[in-house]
Design a protein around this ligand. Structure first.
Ligand code: PGA
Length: 254
């Protein structure tokens, strides 16, 4: 059984004071819930404080939204994997479609970061997904396969089992337009089949595949009920502590 994993991608939101208030309410709401893995992914500026608040018991784990693939050097404005590890970050979101489209990240760049994250014992959450034009042109499978091959190049089976993949159709991110459970399940099943082909079936069975794109308390359960949907990467709806707690509870109730 794959443990469901729900991540809050706060993007460029949340001052430290707002993160503190969020966690206060959220932790209270989820109580002793531990059947679901929860990851809070704040902006870099709030990582340190969120890490302190989450503390050692790690009812929720800490994630980062991005990192650089090099170990150190003249990369003004960037942070490396060791800097994240120092703050007890466990997961790092890589290749989010906003990084790909707004900041020019290619599969090759994402792959470099994936390697660096694994080498530093950070678990990558690797985002893939097609645009609306690609869906309309019936290229979903080709795009997903290309992104899997490119982003995960050189990853071995043992490493793959630790990676989380987030299927995020670009047309569903921040648009309020969610993929139907059936559309999402089809894509997830294709991703798992592809992993099985490129690596092996037992490893593909272990990989958790999150869905992302306008997930909210109202649609979380129907999506995560699908066989190959192992959790959610939540943007907008993760900014509200009660709503995000409701998504976690929906996963726990399945
Ligand atoms: P959204 O974002 O939930 O606001 O659509 C999801 C994401 O970008 O990870």
């Amino acid at each position: 059984m794959r443990k469901k994993i729900i991540a809050a991608n706060w993007k460029m939101n949340m001052l430290v004071s707002e993160a503190e208030a969020f966690l206060h309410t959220f932790m209270h709401e989820i109580g002793g819930e531990n059947s679901v893995e929860i990851v809070i992914v704040p902006p870099f500026t709030a990582l340190s404080r969120v890490s302190e608040i989450l503390g050692r018991d790690q009812k929720a784990k800490l994630g980062a939204q991005n990192m650089h693939g090099e170990k150190s050097g003249a990369f003004t404005g960037e942070v490396n994997a060791a800097m994240l590890r120092e703050l007890y970050v466990r997961y790092v979101v890589l290749g989010h479609s906003e990084r790909r489209t707004l900041f020019g990240e290619t599969d090759e760049i994402v792959n470099h970061k994936v390697r660096a994250a694994i080498d530093a014992a950070l678990r990558p959450i690797v985002c893939i997904g097609e645009t609306l034009a690609e869906r309309d042109a019936h290229q979903v499978e080709a795009v997903l396969r290309r992104q899997i091959e490119g982003s995960l190049h050189g990853v071995n089976a043992r490493e793959l089992a630790e990676i989380v993949i987030a299927y995020e159709p670009v047309w569903a991110i921040g648009t309020g337009r969610t993929a139907t459970p059936q559309q999402a399940q089809e894509a997830h099943a294709f991703i798992r089949r592809t992993l099985s082909e490129l690596w092996d079936a037992p490893t593909a069975e272990k990989v958790r595949i999150q869905y992302g794109g306008s997930v909210k308390p109202q649609n979380a359960a129907e999506l995560m009920r699908e066989n190959d949907i192992d959790g959610a990467l939540v943007g907008g709806a993760s900014l509200d502590p009660r709503g995000f707690a409701d998504i976690v509870k929906a996963a726990a109730a399945l």
